[in-house]
Design a protein around this ligand. Structure first.
Ligand code: BGC
Length: 425
């Protein structure tokens, strides 16, 4: 017996029709729910599938009560109306089922996780007068940007009152760490103490802050070694004769350390009456004009009989060379320097300045930001020394300084990319 005999063609077609109708409706509603859910997850608000299901439930309830009411009534019309209502109810129930098998509503819109808070670092620099401080600033800005650190920079222009105001302002800006290169080593102590009270760790940058036991780290070069390199060099060049000994700003602890190192070589020769000191003075605020006056006065008082000059940095060396040049002595009197400024590198190549000290500010700036991140995260910082600041031995990270003369200038400064050949022409 054939299937068509049991199920005649007309019945078969109507069965297929119902199935087609069922799948078409299912397809339509599933896509409708998908669309509505998508819209909803983008805009927020009540889940539309639920809204529709609730609506259908209300229709079903209304239809059932209507059917019961119609059934209570007699007559052909009531019978007909109740049949239509039953059909409608069946339709609504099918819709309800479809809504039930619609895809699970999209996950409620998950709140975007708050972007991770950036570490905020305050940087207070004493000046931008010397080229090196410009380099320090640029390097720290670059590394901070690369490491996703927010760096707020203030420059005090060699004015302690200005630096106090600026650091106090930084402390009100919610910084996590303070990098402080003090204009005045002792006066900056109150700033460190204030930062400590507010739970902000402090890195004493390049220059040591004295008179406080609240410092977290001192990050600098081995500054006594810097002085030793200067002292050793100049005494090798001029083991006896008339010396002008200049040191840096008396308010800068580095000046003390540089001189301490240099005197290790000079003092024995002074004691042995080989070196005759014709002038010995600190250069107020590291200002070159002050160095110029010191050298001019010493030259004038000693009939230009000067054999060597200890200049603490390139800025003061440049001024001293200007004073020598005015007397026709430039290039004839050995003179030290420090910082590897471009102008100094040029003078070294020309032969008017004898040496400089290269302190790679790229390394110092990078280390400062790396240490700041560690301190902000409460991580330990590995140190390689301790330096006495008058109150305590401050845990220190001290980088290595290199001596630069005409012989190694290109290898040290140009090959390392610190400056270009054009800079020294
Ligand atoms: C720095 C030197 C700089 C001097 C003047 C010192 O504390 O270590 O590199 O030349 O200050 O700014």
């Amino acid at each position: 017996m054939k299937f068509t005999e049991i199920c005649p063609r007309s019945k078969l077609y109507s069965l297929i029709d119902i199935r087609l109708f069922f799948f078409a409706t299912k397809f339509f509603y599933q896509n409708l729910f998908k669309y509505l859910n998508k819209q909803n997850s983008q805009e927020g608000g009540q889940n539309p599938t639920e809204v529709i299901k609730n609506q259908l439930r209300i229709y079903q309830y209304t239809l059932i009560t209507q059917i019961i009411n119609e059934k209570k009534m007699r007559g052909k019309k009531a019978m007909k109306r109740s049949k239509i209502l039953v059909l409608l109810l069946a339709f609504v129930m099918v819709l309800g089922l479809l809504a039930g098998c619609s895809p699970a509503p999209a996950e409620p819109a998950v709140e975007e996780p708050a972007p991770e808070e950036k570490i905020k670092v305050g940087l207070s620099l004493p000046t931008q007068r010397e080229e090196r401080w410009v380099r320090d600033k640029e390097k720290m800005e670059q590394v901070a940007a690369e490491m996703g650190v927010e760096l707020i920079v203030k420059v005090a222009d060699a004015n302690m009152q200005e630096q106090i105001t600026q650091v106090e302002a930084l402390l009100t800006q919610g910084i996590d760490v303070l990098i402080l290169a003090p204009h005045d080593a002792a006066a900056a102590a109150t700033l460190v103490d204030k930062a400590k009270q507010e739970g902000v760790p402090v890195i004493s940058y390049d220059r040591l802050i004295t008179n406080t036991d609240n410092l977290d780290i001192y990050l600098s070069f081995d500054n006594v070694r810097v002085g030793e390199l200067q002292g050793q060099f100049i005494t090798e060049q001029v083991p006896e004769g008339n010396y002008i000994i200049m040191s840096g700003a008396p308010t800068d602890n580095n000046a003390k350390l540089f001189k301490e190192g240099a005197m290790k070589y000079l003092q024995p020769l002074i004691d042995a009456n080989k070196i005759n000191v014709i002038a010995e003075q600190g250069v107020e605020n590291w200002v070159p004009e002050n160095a110029l006056k010191i050298v001019e006065a010493a030259l004038a008082a000693n009939n230009n009989e000067v054999d060597a000059i200890l200049a603490p940095n390139d800025g003061t060396a440049g001024a001293a060379i200007q004073a020598l040049a005015a007397q026709g002595l430039a290039g004839k009197v050995p003179i030290t320097g420090q910082d590897a400024e471009k102008a100094a590198a040029k003078r070294i190549m020309e032969g008017t300045q004898s040496m400089t000290i290269f302190k790679d500010t790229r390394d110092l700036g990078t280390a400062a930001i790396e240490i700041a991140i560690k301190l902000a995260n409460g991580e330990a910082v590995s140190t390689n020394g301790e330096v006495d600041n008058g109150i305590e031995n401050v845990p220190s990270v001290l980088l290595e300084a290199k001596i630069v003369t005409k012989d190694n200038l290109k290898a040290v400064l140009i090959d390392s990319g610190y400056m270009t050949e054009a800079d020294i022409q």
